[in-house]
Design a protein around this ligand. Structure first.
Ligand code: SF4
Ligand code: SF4
Length: 203
């Protein structure tokens, strides 16, 4: 019969409409802006609207979510920063849209290149968030960030991130990617053990 599709569609809309009020009553005061409410709307049992009230509410990011890369530095006991990057250039080489530029540092006395970046730029407008730079880096120096709120008014001036903008402490990396961090820490410990056994065998 003509018009049945429209009636069925309206029925679905009204069901959602009333389910929303029903769930609002059942979860009075807890359905919005609380973790419980967010979990409820994300569950398969949810009724009514399940939209997120962004930016007041934000979805928790899964650990493997990736956005723009950042450079990791280790926090030394004396408070100094040890930048892990050796400016080897592998990340720039594998980056598909070629949005990484690295300027290698040089020794002020000899003029010879040293294994650290003087400058490190990423054009975040071009970055396609593929994560290849982080996959290929042999020194665990570059990781994919979770921060996706990067809107600016002047993207031409502000969306080419320099070294200072890209640098973040290893504690930040451990916080957003605890599983990857723990796996890498295990690999480093094993590598150190193998190194020490080899050194003892040479003696
Ligand atoms: S981030 Fe990693 S791959 Fe890129 S230049 Fe630095 S050490 Fe090399
Ligand atoms: S995430 Fe992909 S596109 Fe972005 S800088 Fe890394 S390799 Fe390049």
């Amino acid at each position: 019969m003509d018009g049945m599709g429209i009636l069925r569609g309206l029925g679905v809309t009204f069901k959602r409409f009333f389910d929303t009020f029903l769930d609002d009553l059942v979860y009075l005061g807890k359905r919005y802006y609380t973790k419980e409410g967010l979990d409820r709307r994300r569950s398969t049992d949810t009724r009514g609207i399940f939209t997120i009230q962004y930016p007041e509410e934000k979805l928790p990011m899964p650990e493997e979510f990736r956005f723009i890369p950042f450079l990791v530095y280790d926090e030394e006991p004396n408070g100094e920063r040890h930048v892990r990057c050796t400016s080897c250039g592998i990340c720039a080489e594998v980056c598909p849209p070629q949005c990484i530029w690295i300027v290698r540092a040089t020794d002020s006395k000899t003029g010879r290149a040293i294994p650290e970046p003087k400058e490190f730029f990423i054009d975040v407008d071009i970055c396609m968030n593929c994560g290849l730079c982080a996959e290929y880096c042999p020194f665990d120096s570059i990781m994919m960030d979770h921060d996706y709120e990067l809107a600016v008014y002047d993207r031409h001036a502000k969306n080419i991130y320099d070294k200072e903008r890209l640098l973040k402490p290893v504690s930040y990396y451990a916080k957003i990617r605890p599983t990857s961090y723990a796996q890498e820490a295990t690999v480093h410990v094993e590598a150190e053990q193998i190194k020490s056994v080899m050194q003892q065998e040479r003696k």
